[in-house]
Structures are given as structure tokens and as C-alpha cells.
Design a protein around this ligand. Structure first.
Ligand code: ATP
Ligand code: MG
Length: 264
């Protein structure tokens, strides 16, 4: 089903439209079959969260925006899922934060890298790192193709944005001393647990808000930005994200038993 074919009256229209974006991405060779599985895992957590941006995520978005504005060399790592879901927002974020865009795939292969670069170019990107031989450097302790990075990008970055990332690579980037910012619907994933700043939200909702937050903070003095980063506690925020799911499920379970009683 194409995005336009999703009936606006369908109770799960938003979710279906996101799926359609990904299946389209799969058809045009930017999203991998593994990416579709990853999306399914994300969807399940979105259901638990309530499919809306929580205050908890908003706090992480603000800290992420401040981090981008403080970074000397920030890079946005792009995979097949985010290229299918939020190409415009990625390009806009890269422009307003002076971040480089770098394609970094779990499963590399010339055609897919080129197809992703194409989508980003169509969304307005001028420079895209990590394509083909440009990904000539390697970072240690990762088995997949994701160890290959661009010496002008992730290798020398102080801040790396890795939405929908795999845990191994996040761990490797953190070990290299980089500030790692992620968007991940699963607060229990290794990526969520290991990152410096974890935005527990759907990337489709979080990206426009991140762009907005950067615009809101861009004229703030460095001290204010530093304070925002310093007072953000990722461990505490993750703990709260898990508690929010817990509280929500308890509430939903209680409603369930009310219905049962009424049905007698
Ligand atoms: P990890 O390797 O970090 O332990 P994992 O192996 O469960 O996680 P991966 O496929 O490596 O999963 O990473 C993809 C992550 O992206 C998952 O945690 C998934 O929940 C999350 N995810 C998928 N779709 C979205 C989305 N649209 N927005 C935000 N997060 C998403
Ligand atoms: Mg993984």
C-alpha cells in the first residue's frame, strides 16, 4: 500500500502511513529487510508509550539540541530507516547545526548507499559522507560493516547522532569518547541504555521537534546551553521512561478489569 492509499479514517492511519514510507523505502532499495524488522520492534514500543511525545522525550530533545549547538564537529549518521522516514528533517538539522551527514549501514553495498545519498540530495543535502571508498577508516570492536566510517565524519566527530542504531556500534562510539545522541523507542535497548542522550520517541515525531528546539536555543549563550546539558541526567530520564510505560500499563490493565465487571 502506498502512503496516499491509506484512508484518513482508518483508526491506525498514522502508523500505516509510516509503514508505507518504509515499504516504499524497501522497494526503492534504501531500507533493508532487517530495517523492517527493526521498525516492527519500534512499533511495539510506540504502542506501549501511547504513540505520543512524552515530557520525558521533550526533555531529552532539549538536551540534544543544546549538545548539537555546543558541538565542534557533529555528525548525523544516516541508515536506511531514517532515510525513508525523515530525509527532509535530517537535512534541515544538518544545516542548522552545521553537522555533516554520513551514511552508515549495517549491511553495506554500493547500490543502497547511492540510493540513500540520492534521497538525501533530493531533500537538499549538498555533501554526504561515507559513500563507497570514502568510508575508509575503521572504528574498533564492531563486527559488521558499520565499523567502516568516513575519516572526515564520524571518525573525528565529538558528537554523533545515531537514530535507530544498533547497540554494538553505540557502545563502540561511546568508548571512543564521543557524545552519542539517539532516538530509540525501546528504552531497554542497548543503544538506549548506552547513549549519552536518549530520546525515547518515534523518530517521525522527534525529528521535527528537535529541529524546532535547535531553532529555539540557537541564540542562547554558551553558558545556558551548557547548563541544559549538565542538568540533564540520561539514567534518570531512562528510568522515568520505563516507569511511564509501567504506570500506563497498570492504568490500562485496571480499565480492562472494569470492563470485565461491567460485562457480567
Ligand atoms: P540494540 O542493538 O540497541 O540492543 P535491537 O537489537 O533490539 O537494539 P536494532 O535493530 O539494533 O534493535 O535497533 C533498532 C532500534 O530502533 C530498536 O530499539 C527499535 O525499537 C528502534 N526503532 C525502530 N523504529 C523506530 C522508530 N520509528 N523510531 C524510533 N525508534 C525506532
Ligand atoms: Mg541490535
Amino acid at each position: 500500500m502506498d502512503e496516499e492509499e491509506v484512508s484518513p479514517d482508518h483508526p491506525r492511519a498514522t502508523s500505516l502511513r509510516i509503514r508505507a514510507k518504509l515499504t516504499h523505502g524497501f522497494k526503492i532499495g534504501i531500507t533493508s529487510a532487517f530495517g523492517l524488522f527493526a521498525h516492527g520492534r519500534g512499533e511495539a514500543f510506540d504502542y506501549l508509550i501511547g504513540e505520543e511525545t512524552t515530557e520525558n522525550a521533550t526533555r531529552a530533545i532539549r538536551a540534544a539540541a543544546a549538545s548539537f549547538l555546543l558541538a565542534r564537529h557533529s555528525v548525523l549518521s544516516v541508515n536506511g530507516n531514517v532515510a525513508a522516514l525523515v530525509p527532509q528533517e535530517l537535512v534541515e538539522l544538518s544545516t542548522i547545526t552545521a553537522s555533516k551527514l554520513e551514511v552508515n549501514l549495517y549491511h553495506r553495498g554500493g547500490a543502497r548507499e547511492e540510493a540513500i545519498a540520492d534521497v538525501l540530495r533530493k531533500a537538499g543535502a549538498k555533501e554526504i559522507l561515507g559513500i563507497g571508498k570514502a568510508a575508509s577508516a575503521t572504528i574498533p570492536e564492531i563486527c559488521s560493516d558499520r565499523r567502516r566510517v568516513d575519516p572526515k565524519g564520524i571518525l573525528i566527530a565529538d558528537t554523533v547522532f545515531v537514530p535507530l542504531e544498533d547497540g554494538d556500534r553505540t557502545e563502540a562510539l561511546v568508548k571512543l569518547g564521543k557524545t552519542v545522541i539517539t532516538v530509540d523507542l525501546n528504552p531497554l535497548s542497548r543503544t538506549a541504555q548506552m547513549s549519552t542522550i536518549t530520546i525515547v520517541d518515534n523518530v517521525v515525531r522527534a525529528m521535527p521537534l528537535l529541529v524546532k528546539a535547535v531553532k529555539l536555543l540557537e541564540n542562547e549563550p554558551e553558558q545556558t546551553l551548557q547548563k541544559i546539558v549538565r542538568t540533564f541526567n540520561n539514567r534518570q530520564n531512562l528510568r522515568e521512561a520505563i516507569e511511564l510505560i509501567n504506570t500506563r500499563l497498570i492504568r490500562l490493565a485496571e480499565q480492562q478489569s472494569d470492563t470485565d465487571e461491567g460485562g457480567d
